[in-house]
Design a protein around this ligand. Structure first.
Ligand code: NAD
Ligand code: UDP
Length: 341
């Protein structure tokens, strides 16, 4: 199949691009590089030994999307393009609603014009909101989100569902990611946040490589086994494999399907620090700070539906995640800006 990856130069899109090509699919990428770099495209090509059709384009630019969709015989769209920093979304809600919702509407409208009837969407566990008990199951209703980023995901799910209800030819697969970490085992691809990392693993890796002095652990008085928050961390290459199954599922099923992509196993912030130290041999300095507003004490996935219906489950453990994150950070201390060591 030919898969169009909107936002495909980003962290999850780039790993999925490699996995798709290695599974025999073809890809086209569009990205405005607002949170990535053209260097990623070179590295995808290096890893797969294939040329990659890549366009520098904004997914909200309808004319540009129509040009790409008419130039290629696309079977499925994977929609990764979006702004994703939770804290920034609180400060700049309009930028988040504009970019994320606009990108989704534009893709759907262009797909309709170009007779493309399949879309796989990057959603998030955040749509379960604050009220649902864990583990989260796909049958639970979407909840109340604690920030505009979360609301954009919840609204985009609704938009996609409505589009599928109105057009019986359309397949929509909503993938609710839990906490993706890790990197491609080669060390050529990984997570390269701009500025100070918001997420735990890139922060830990940057402390280990000497770019930051210490990690602040947000809260250690939660009602969890060691007092720090627990999350369901998943290796980005397992996530990428889940996308390959999703695209194949979408080719055979109409309507909307929702899948959690997680391991079903929660780890605490202190578990992550300990596992990272064990796998890197480097000490990660940390101190405890106050809780971060909006953080839930813990949540994890019920991962049964993806296992039963997609035949997918995560195969990499926490040691694999930490080892690959460290390998990426060690080989690319300044991210994609400098060549890979
Ligand atoms: P990322 O920022 O690395 O990738 C997103 C890519 O989209 C970037 O390359 C960025 O340049 C591009 N982009 C953004 N807006 C665009 C636009 N208007 N036009 C063209 N390109 C645009 O993020 P990621 O971690 O790879 O996440 C991919 C998707 O998965 C996002 O939608 C994100 O919200 C979602 N998600 C991520 C996580 C996570 O923890 N990483 C968790 C749940 C959901
Ligand atoms: N966290 C932390 N220090 C940091 C970044 C994150 O203690 O510098 C904690 C955060 O409170 C949460 C967990 O690590 O409990 C995972 O946070 P992340 O932002 O990576 O993912 P989230 O689950 O919030 O989307």
């Amino acid at each position: 199949m030919l898969v169009f990856l909107a936002g495909g130069a980003g962290y999850i899109g780039s790993h999925t691009a490699v996995e798709l090509q290695n599974s025999g699919h073809d890809i086209v990428i569009a990205d405005n590089y607002s949170n990535s770099s053209p260097e990623v495209i070179k590295r995808i090509s290096e890893l797969t030994h294939r040329d990659v059709a890549a366009y520098e384009a904004d997914v909200c630019d309808k004319a540009a999307m129509l040009r790409i969709m008419t130039a290629h015989r696309i079977d499925c769209v994977m929609h990764f393009a979006g702004l994703k920093a939770v804290g920034e979304s609180v400060k700049k809600p309009l930028a988040y609603y504009r970019n994320n919702i606009d990108a989704t509407l534009t893709l759907l409208e262009c797909m309709q014009k170009c007779d493309i009837h399949s879309i796989v969407f990057s959603s998030s566990a955040t749509v379960y909101g604050e009220e649902n008990p864990y583990p989260y199951v796909e049958t639970m209703p979407r909840g109340r989100c604690s920030n505009p980023y979360g609301w954009t995901k919840s609204m985009m799910e609704q938009i996609l569902e409505d589009a599928a209800r109105a057009d019986p030819r359309l397949s929509v697969v909503l993938l609710r990611y839990f906490n993706p970490i890790g990197a491609h085992q080669s060390g050529l691809l990984g997570e390269d946040p701009q500025g100070v990392p918001n997420n735990l693993m890139p922060y830990v890796a940057q402390v280990a490589v000497g770019r930051r002095d210490h990690l602040t652990i947000f809260g250690h008085d939660y009602p969890t086994p060691d007092g720090t928050c627990r999350r369901d961390y998943i290796h980005v290459m397992d996530l990428a494999a889940g996308h390959v199954r999703a695209v194949e599922y979408a080719a055979e099923h109409k309507g909307t399907a929702v899948f959690n992509l997680g391991t079903g196993m929660p780890y605490s912030v202190l578990d992550i620090v300990t596992a990272f130290e064990r796998n890197s041999g480097v000490r990660v300095r940390y101190e405890f700070g106050p809780r971060r507003e909006g953080d839930l004490p813990e949540f994890w996935a019920d991962a049964d539906k993806a296992r039963k219906i997609l035949g997918w489950s995560a195969s990499r453990n926490l040691d694999d995640m930490c080892r690959d994150s460290w390998n990426w950070q060690k080989r690319n201390p300044a991210g994609y800006k400098t060549g890979c060591l």
